[in-house]
Design a protein. Sequence first.
Length: 245
Amino acid sequence: MSFFGILIVGCIVLLGMSVRVLNEYERGVVFRLGRIIGAKGPGLILLIPAVDRMIRVDMRTITLDVPPQDVISKDNVTIKVNAVVYFRVVDPNRAVVEVENYLMATSKLAQTTLRSVLGQVELDELLMSREAINHRLQAILDNQTAPWGVKVTHVEVKQIDLPAEMQRAMAQQAEAERERRAKIIAAEGELQASQKLAEAAHVMESSPITLQLRYLQTIREIANEHSTTTILPLPIDLIKPFLNK
C-alpha cells in the first residue's frame, strides 16, 4: 500500500474516532484530558482523538421498579411493599461527575427511603392514605437526588402484601362491619314502618270509614289468591251488639 493510501486510511480511522452522533434524547458529557468541558448534543459531535472522552446520558424519563422490601410498620406489623419510581436526568454534567452510577444510586436510595418512611406510619394509614405517602416519598427522593442532577417526578407504592393472619383478621373485621350496617339499615326500616303504621292507625281512628275500606280491600286481595279455602275476617263492629246482650 502506498503512503497516500495509508494516510487516507489513517484519516478515515481518526474521523471515525472523532465523530459521534447523539439522538434527540441524549447528551454527551465530554472530558478533555480528564477535565469536564460540558455536555453536548444532540446531533453531530466532534471529538479530539486520544484527548477527548465522551459519556452518553439518556435524558428520557426512566421507570425504576423498586423490589419488594420487608417493612415493619409503626404498629409492629410486618409487611412486604414494592414501588415504582419515575425520574429523569436534568443536569447530565452533575449526573456523571457527582455520582458514580446515578441509576444504581437512585435505586438503592429508593429502597432505603421506602423502608424508612413506611416504618414511621401505621398500617391503617398506609392502606387509607397511600396518595399522601406517595407524595412524601417523592419529595424526599427528589430532595436527595437533586445534587446528582436527577429529578424524581413520581413515586407510586404498587402492592402491599400482608401476613396471612392479618388478612384473616381484616376479613373478619370487614364482615362484622357489613353485618353491623345491615342491622342498622334493618332497624331504620322497622322504625320507619312503625311510624307509618302509627300514622295509619291515627287516620283510621279519626275516620272509621277508612277501616271499612281497608277491610274490603283485604277481602279483594284474598279473593285474587289461588286457594280452595278462603277465610273472611269478621269485623268486630258487626258482632258487638250481640256481645252487649
